[in-house]
Design a protein around this ligand. Structure first.
Ligand code: FMN
Length: 308
């Protein structure tokens, strides 16, 4: 039997592997290249950048919790221009496809970042981190509102030369309405899910474990939420490509997200405790396909059997 094909078509981009990195959990690949052959990744989804550099939030910015972690980094980054000059050029020289993640405090900032990225090297797509607080709306996250999500997606899609993915938050009552608004406004695909809001308290000091009080929960603890979100959105809009993420640490976890409807899978928190996680997931997917006699990964996308 010939080797099963794990290459994928993601909104018209051909990627050699369905395994990506989740934004903020792999930098832009330079530090991780000691552990991982970056050319074995489908693409690197880089840490979110903003128009101007940002210092992020005061420590403590991370806390371990059962089956996951809480973080509140506050979008620390060197700004989009430095990112293009240092990170995208570095990835370009090594032939590693990059997906830039951009954030902003208002729609204009997203658009300005997208403009800067128009001619950027290595770039195959843009991911919109819509979990940033929209300062013009008193800190309200874009991803909490269908209207605000649509505004950013429409404005950036008009500028971008590459497919645009809207990264949504699970912390909403009706995710499908927001996903639908993103796609109708011009997003070519969706990234599901960002972290979900959590809190941990130190029982000796009576203080929250994060300086901000609350923060984003990630890791295996949120995988069932990710599976549910991907499944709900895929059922409602089966043709929309989804990059699935949330607690993926093994090939079985990745296959679970694909059965729910994801086209590609991004590994986040697992990179912190297993730097080779992306490679192990890739090898495991190849083994899974071979063992089950499946010739192409896309044959199992969305194939969860809910009835019967
Ligand atoms: C330390 C840390 C930093 C993160 N930074 C970003 C970020 O800059 N932009 C973004 O869109 N998501 C960010 N995320 C969210 C991840 O990309 C991912 O959506 C989430 O962690 C769920 O996947 P996981 O459970 O595999 O980590 C961050 C997550 C962690 C743990």
């Amino acid at each position: 039997m010939t080797a099963p094909a794990i290459s994928i078509d993601l909104a018209g981009i051909r990627l050699s592997s369905p395994v990506l990195t989740a934004s903020g959990c792999f930098g832009s690949g330079q530090e991780m290249s000691r552990f991982v052959d970056l050319t074995r990744l489908g693409a690197i989804v880089c840490k979110t950048v903003t128009l101007k550099p940002r210092r992020g939030i005061a420590p403590p910015r991370g806390a371990e919790t059962p089956s996951g972690m809480l973080n509140a980094i506050g979008l620390q980054n060197p700004g989009v221009d430095a990112f293009i000059a240092k990170d995208l050029s570095w990835l370009d020289k090594r032939n590693v496809p990059a997906i830039a993640s951009i954030g902003g405090q208002n729609v204009e900032e997203y658009v300005a970042c997208a403009e800067r990225l128009r001619e950027a090297p290595a770039l195959v797509a843009i991911e919109l981190n819509l979990s940033c607080p929209n300062l013009e709306d008193r800190g309200f996250m874009f991803a909490l509102s269908a209207e605000r999500t649509a505004e950013v997606c429409a404005a950036v899609s008009e500028q971008a030369m590459v497919p645009v993915f809207a990264k949504l938050s699970p912390d909403v009552t009706d995710l499908v309405t927001i996903a639908d608004a993103a796609v109708k406004a011009g997003a070519d695909g969706l990234s599901l899910i960002n972290t979900t809001l959590g809190m941990a308290i130190d029982t000796t000091t009576f203080r929250p474990k994060l300086s901000t009080g609350t923060g984003g929960l990630s890791g295996p603890a949120i995988r069932p939420i990710a599976v549910r979100c991907i499944w709900q959105v895929h059922q409602a809009m089966p043709h929309v490509p989804i990059i699935g993420m949330g607690g993926v640490a093994s090939a079985a976890d990745a296959v679970e997200l694909i059965l729910a409807g994801a086209t590609a899978v991004a590994v986040g928190t697992a990179n912190f405790y297993e730097p080779r996680a992306t490679e192990l997931v890739r090898l495991g997917i190849e083994r899974f396909l071979e063992t089950n006699g499946i010739t192409r990964l896309d044959q199992i996308r969305g194939r969860v059997k809910v009835e019967g």
